[in-house]
Each structure stands twice: as structure tokens, then as C-alpha cells.
Design a protein around this ligand. Sequence first.
Ligand SMILES: [Zn+2]
Length: 282
Amino acid sequence: MGIPWGMFLYAYTPTTDEAVLVEQIHQKIDELAVQDGDSIELLYEQIIAIRDAKLLIDNYPEWKLFILNDLQQYLFENYIDVDQWMDLTSDGSLHKFISKGVWFENQYYIPADLVMLFPTPSLSLAVSNELSYMMISERALPWLQELATAFESKFEYPMLINSAWRSFEFQRDEFTQECRDSWLCAEAGFSEHQGGLSVDINGMFGDPYAWMAENAHRYGFHQSYQNGSEIDGYGVERWHWRFLGVEFATELHEAWITFTQYIRFQETWSYNPETQEEVNWL
Ligand SMILES: [Zn+2]
């Protein structure tokens, strides 16, 4: 077991040397951000190349998460500019936050604006899934189609959607029959899929994944689970993309954080995977 959960935000006080280093890293971010405001990944690559930071990470690998988290919190506090009053709690909200330990107000919630996800030249649907579940929120559909069109023009094959909206009952059956690993699969009532704004996409490896990571936000999509269960509540899921709207997805992309980190950095929600306790409910 590495660093205990909670250390990042609440418990850890750096030594003087560490505090100096962290301060230097923050100054570097400010300098670099002025020169290249839209590439946080590049900033991060440059920052970890700073000799002392690299040394620290190499000598104390258990610190890597701390440093990453510190960087991301700094970026969040200084470079993210999202409406703090957006609605994170109403079941039908575009920004409804759902995760392990945070469920729908109505556990049987069904989006009112579901539409069929018909195959198009750029978009194909996995035949293994019930077609009746190939539905998505009308708010996300045109953006998904644009994303798929851009994807196909890049890779010359259609984007394959494996799963979209899932009802409470579908998720319950899938969880009990297909996947009982609660770090990889959501229990019924806790799945982003139930909100009608998430899709699973096949083939998210290599170049197609790299392209998505760089471009999906331009179409409003965000990879919900990027950092592992200690940070995001679930293991890394390269296939799972959530529609959040272009503005918010872009802010998250540029601050190099996930939706879950956004929530955590506001300190309105945290989840302890060791004890499975939820703290500070939304
Ligand atoms: Zn998914």
C-alpha cells in the first residue's frame, strides 16, 4: 500500500525542502503557462524533467501520486475557470456527478431525452449489445456523431460503440452476471451509463486512444477514469467517455484533471477506497 488516501488534501505537510521544491514547480508552471497556455500535458512533461523533481520522484516513487496530485490541484486552482454554480446534483443535469458512493437521487432514474443511437457511416454499434439499450441523451448525440465523423476521417474506420445508456435493471444484471469487480464495474444506481451521457468505445489503444485523449474534449467528451481507483474510484477505463459539454470537458482537459478530481478539489466529496466510506456528500 502506498500513500494513504486523504494525505493529498488533508494530512500531508511537506518538509521545508519539499515545500521549496513544490513552490519551484508552481513557479515553473506559471512561467510555462504564459508561454504555452493550452498544453498542460506538455507543461507536465517539462515539469517532471526539472532535475530535482525527477530526482524526488525517482527516489521516492510513493511520492509520485502526491506530486501529481499537487500539480493537478495547483492547475485546478489557478487555471480552471468553470462556473462553480453548475448543477452537480440533479439527476437530469448535464453535470450530474455519479461515482462509487454517489448515486442518483432516484435510483431508478431514466433520462427524459433518450434517443436511439442509429448506426451511421462513422458510427457502428456492437451487435453483442441489446439494441434497445443503444440509446443516449439527445444532448450528447450530435456531438457523438461529430466526434465519430472526425475519428473516422482520421483512422478510416468507424468508431464502434459498445455500450451507451443502461437502465438500473440492466446495470444490476450486468454487475451480478458479467462483472463483480466493483473497482471496474459500477453497481446499479451508481453507473454513469444510467445518466445517458456515457459511452463505451471499442479499440481504445495506441493511436486511436491517443487521438481521443487529445481531441475528445473538443466534442464535449471526457475520459472519466484516468488515474486508477485511488483517485477516480474506479480502475483506468480507456473505453469509457462521458459527455459533459465542450466548455467543461475542455476545462478539465486543460487543467489535466478528471471530473472526480474536480469534485475532490472542491472538497465537496471524497471517497475512501480502503474503508469504502463516503465523506462530505454532495
Ligand atoms: Zn462505461
